[in-house]
Ligand binder design. Structure first.
Ligand code: CAA
Length: 384
């Protein structure tokens, strides 16, 4: 039975900051941010948006009433969870009008969470013919104002519906994975912002890629010539470039040029949005599908989540993928955003809703929003 991604959707908040303006405000050469880091814009969420509302928004963009009836599993991968007990998935049941006979939970392993969800969904759909699984990656990446990581922030969500006979991407059930206890990135429960050993994190990432790629080639007796595209976890677009560059000189010039060209197509959206943490790899997939993909391409995916877990798996683009992806809606969502000044972004960064907050719906520019915090419980609403 073929199993994989049948639908994929995306949501990005309506505000962004311009990376050149951020560089100037931080007294940094803009080329460092646009070339050295490889970003152009950074999505900024409103205080009434969080991992729950972002997740609801991307899922809402792809689900029909019929899809909802078939879903038996709902997994949210996130490291921006709003509750230490209740999962982000449980909050979504009302917002998305999902039926009760669903197993739902949240997965946390830094940026690896959505890949863990995708593999669990593959198993679930394979064992339960006719059932579908909804996997959502939803995150707000925050390092803090004036930190080295500030330029690598972002926010948004990617939702994927996993089913039999998928129309977007068939998963091959070929994968290799690894885990090491590494201190490259962490966010203690008391902190809204992450701590990172940024340069060390780059080294671990590249080492994981090399180790896993060697394992994958040996296990399945394949080479890069068997694939036309490699997608990478892209917290910022330079990071994937570093992994790709390890192949320079090891492949034919033509193959390396092809992978590089396809990589550029896969990072177009990330340049515009920034870091989605666990959604980053899947935003790369969507960017590639919208900007360059061809039917029947064989692709490799390198997933990495600090701390650290990595996985390389393969898949194949399906013949009718273009009919499934709502390209115009995705491009319009990216184009119709509004630029926020750096000073407004700095002010909003400090806003933190407390118990007793009631959000005025007149000021909400999103379908799903946090409406109230009552007895320390977060309550959500949907605009019709
Ligand atoms: N023009 C062009 N390029 C320039 C430049 C200029 N004027 N000035 C500097 N650069 C280049 C540098 O040469 C460097 O390039 P290379 O990386 O190719 O060497 C690049 O710009 C960055 O310069 P620095 O290394 O000096 O920058 P920095 O000290 O500010 O650190 C960073 C950059 C480490 C990425 C930092 O932004 C950071 O710590 N970010 C947060 C950590 C992070 O994103 N880690 C990602 C993995 S963790 C993850 O993905 C999350 C997860 O699992 C949860």
């Amino acid at each position: 039975m073929d199993v994989g991604i049948d639908k994929i959707g995306f949501y990005v908040p309506k505000d962004y900051i311009d990376i050149v303006e951020l560089a100037k405000a931080r007294d940094v050469d803009p080329n460092k941010f646009t070339i050295g880091i490889g970003q152009d814009k950074q999505a900024v969420p409103q205080p009434y948006q969080d991992a729950v509302t972002l997740a609801a928004s991307s899922a809402d963009s792809i689900l029909t009433t019929d899809d909802k009836k078939d879903i038996g599993l709902l997994i949210v991968g996130t490291e921006s969870s709003v509750d230490e007990s209740k999962s982000t998935a449980a909050f979504l049941m009302d917002l998305l009008d999902l039926p009760e006979d669903i197993r739902s939970y949240e997965i946390k392993q830094a940026c690896f969470g959505a890949t863990a969800g995708l593999q669990a969904a593959y198993d679930f759909v394979s064992l339960n013919p006719g059932k579908k699984a909804l996997v959502i990656a939803s995150d707000i990446a925050r390092y803090g104002i004036k930190t080295p990581g500030e330029v690598t922030q972002g926010a948004g969500s990617v939702a994927m519906l996993i089913s039999e006979n998928p129309r977007v991407l068939k998963l091959d059930h070929k994968s290799v994975y690894m885990t090491r206890n590494v201190g490259d990135f962490w966010r203690p429960t008391f902190s809204k912002t992450a701590f990172a050993r940024g340069k060390f994190s780059n080294e671990v990432y590249v080492d994981f890629f090399t180790t896993l790629w060697n394992k994958f080639q040996a296990k399945y007796e394949v080479t890069a010539d068997d694939f036309s595209t490699m997608l990478f976890h892209i917290p910022y677009t330079k990071m994937g470039t570093k992994a790709l560059r390890t192949l320079d000189g090891k492949l034919s010039d033509e193959k390396y040029a092809e992978l590089t060209e396809h990589y550029q197509a896969s990072v177009k959206f990330s340049r515009e949005v920034g870091n989605l943490y666990t959604g980053s790899l899947y935003l790369g997939l969507l960017s590639y599908l919208v900007n360059a993909a061809e039917a029947n391409e064989k692709m490799l995916f390198f997933s990495y989540g600090s701390g650290a877990v990595g996985e390389i798996y393969s898949g194949e683009i399906q013949p009718d993928f273009e009919k499934i992806i709502d390209k115009d809606a995705i491009l319009a969502m990216l184009d119709n955003r509004q630029k926020m000044s750096i000073s407004d972004y700095e002010k909003m960064y400090e806003v933190e809703y407390q118990d007793g907050t009631i959000v005025d719906p007149a000021g909400v520019d999103a379908k799903f929003y946090l409406s109230e915090i009552k007895e320390n419980e977060r309550l959500y609403k949907k605009n019709k």
